[in-house]
Design a binder for this molecule. Structure first.
Ligand code: TYD
Length: 142
């Protein structure tokens, strides 16, 4: 996993197995991604002018891969915000717990695959930005 200028943006580069038939990427839990993969979901049929996300997770870790098309991901750790394009089936974006995320500008036909460290639990979501920011401040004070 490569850390760029900030640990907010952590890319995982997948090595595609390519030959004259095309390419294949294999992703394995606790090997290619730094957690056991308990859930996989994907977003498709997204609309160019409709954003998604707007939440953080208390414990869940995820890797997002745009297998087709592209979208913009905003990441916010409470003190720093950044936006990156997800636009490659050979690049995964690791999203740690307690990171606010928003997805914007989905291209037509975009398919965003997400690997998750836990089963679905609505109780793990923080959907209110003020609550997220208050929790982050508490962590910084301790
Ligand atoms: P949500 O996580 O809010 O979507 P996004 O972040 O892409 O905007 O999920 C949308 C709905 O789907 C919400 O009602 C919760 C439900 N959901 C599940 O039931 N299981 C899942 O694994 C996920 C990711 C969402």
């Amino acid at each position: 996993m490569s850390d760029k200028k900030t640990d907010l943006v952590q890319w995982i580069d997948f090595s595609p197995l390519s030959d004259d038939r095309g390419s294949l990427v294999a992703v394995e839990g606790n090997k290619t991604v730094p957690f056991d993969i308990k859930r996989v979901y994907y977003l498709f049929g997204t609309q160019p002018d409709v954003s998604r996300g707007f939440h953080a997770h208390k414990a869940l870790k995820q890797v997002a891969i745009c297998v087709t098309g592209k979208c913009k991901m905003l990441l916010d750790n409470g003190t720093e915000k950044t936006e990156v394009w997800l636009d490659s089936p050979t690049k995964g974006l690791f999203i740690n717990d307690m990171i606010w995320r928003e997805m914007h500008e989905f291209s037509p036909g975009c398919v965003l695959l997400v690997l998750a460290s836990e089963h679905y639990d609505e109780g793990d979501y923080i959907r209110d930005y003020k609550e997220f920011s208050n929790l982050k401040e508490l962590v910084h004070e301790t």
